[in-house]
Design a protein. Sequence first.
Length: 169
Amino acid sequence: MSGGGVRRWLLVGVALAVTGALVAGCGVRPSGVITGNPAPSGPAEGAELYLLAAGELTPVLRPTGKVPSPTEALTLLAAGPSPEERAQGLGSEVPSAATAVSVASGTPATEITVTLDMDVSALSGTAIEQITCTAEVAVFPDYSPPGQVSVTVTGGGHTREPQTCFPFR
């Protein structure tokens, strides 16, 4: 046999060995079907609040055992981060006095008005963003198109410019 013939038979042998290893499944034996619990469905039972992590808006799911109303979600936001959330470095610029009196969807349905029990002119832009995103996700928990929902925050005789949660949501 010439050098080319030996090389060809060597390549055929290596190819057969690799194919045999792949067909054998590397020792993995077949098993029966393993069943599990069904996947969760529906909205999460908790309030999605927008808190701050290193100064950036961050969605946080706070367990509440139920899906809260928009007013309840904003009340939780005004209460500030829980001790566990603070331990994770989360914060808020929303003061405790910023309790929601009402949250109403307007016409068209993509307009939300949040009325607070305080003068909203005293709120920082970041606090308004936190309120905007928390209100939007509370009113539209199944997601809304980015930039399509406007939130107006009012209270204490003042009204802030309408905001959207985009690009945070």
